[in-house]
Design a protein around this ligand. Structure first.
Ligand code: 13P
Length: 249
């Protein structure tokens, strides 16, 4: 399976910073075709800039969230059809910063993923346990339950990516060990296969949480890791590109 390396910029950077990064990525992609699919998810107001800067580069751009409805009176929210109209290929849904910071439940996230599918987007459905849940030995159960509740009936191997991002590993420098990642990704693969059958083998499974230029090579070779969702390191073009080039060929 071809890997996907996705950069989630979160709420970082101004327009000029984004322009510099887009140009740097474009230059690198032109110099040598990346060994994987590369996706950039900038803040929503910069998606049109991404479309203009990255068109024809082979690089992909996407949203960090979308609403469950296609349109309407939802102040401040972003509609999946608008993301598609801006040339996005993917949208992240259910990031822990939305689950935690915005109180989004599995049900809401499933509805958002369904909206992404209706718009023709690939939904990157995020899940992951807290430090407390892991300490209580409940990591596997929590992740399995989030997966069961967050995938809509429309999910298939082509329109859905699942990202395992343990909350305690996000932005902390505490990467999960390869053994922890292997355990959870193996479980996710089994659950996906039992739910979707053959299609479950095609869903890409990303690991996220303090992925950086130094640890990417090892993490990207853990069984059932089909790519990475990168936060902080995706803001540094050199580091992000090192991660891209670490993807198995
Ligand atoms: P960091 O790579 O900064 O830990 O963030 C991970 C993440 O949340 C990506 O969505």
């Amino acid at each position: 399976m071809r890997a996907l390396i996705a950069g989630n910029w979160k709420m970082n950077g101004l327009r000029a910073d984004a322009a510099e990064r887009f140009a740097a990525f474009r230059e690198r992609a032109a110099a040598a075709t990346p060994p994987c699919d590369v996706l950039i998810c900038p803040p929503a107001p910069l998606i049109a800039d991404a479309a203009a800067a990255l068109a024809g580069s082979g690089l992909l751009w996407g949203g960090q969230d979308c609403h469950a409805e296609d349109k309407g009176a939802f102040t401040g929210d972003v509609a999946a059809p608008l993301l598609a109209d801006l040339g996005c290929s993917h949208v992240i849904v259910g990031h822990s910063e939305r689950r935690g910071g915005h109180g989004e439940s599995d049900t809401v996230i499933s509805a958002k993923a369904a909206a992404a599918h209706r718009a023709g987007l690939v939904a990157i459905v995020c899940l992951g346990e807290s430090a407390e849940e892991r300490a209580q030995g409940r990591a596997a159960a929590v992740v399995a339950s989030q997966l069961a509740g967050s995938l809509p009936p429309s999910a298939d191997g082509a329109n859905t990516v699942v990202a395992y991002e343990p909350i305690w590993a996000i932005g902390t420098g505490n990467t999960a060990t390869p053994a922890d990642v292997a355990e959870i990704h193996g479980l996710l693969r089994d659950e996906l296969e039992s739910r979707l059958g053959e299609a479950g083998t095609a869903v890409r499974l990303l690991y996220g949480g303090s992925v950086n230029a130094a640890n990417a090579h090892e993490l990207l070779r853990v069984p059932h890791v089909n790519g990475a969702l990168v936060g902080g390191a995706s803001l540094k073009p050199g580091d992000f590109w090192t991660i891209v080039e670490a993807a198995p060929h």
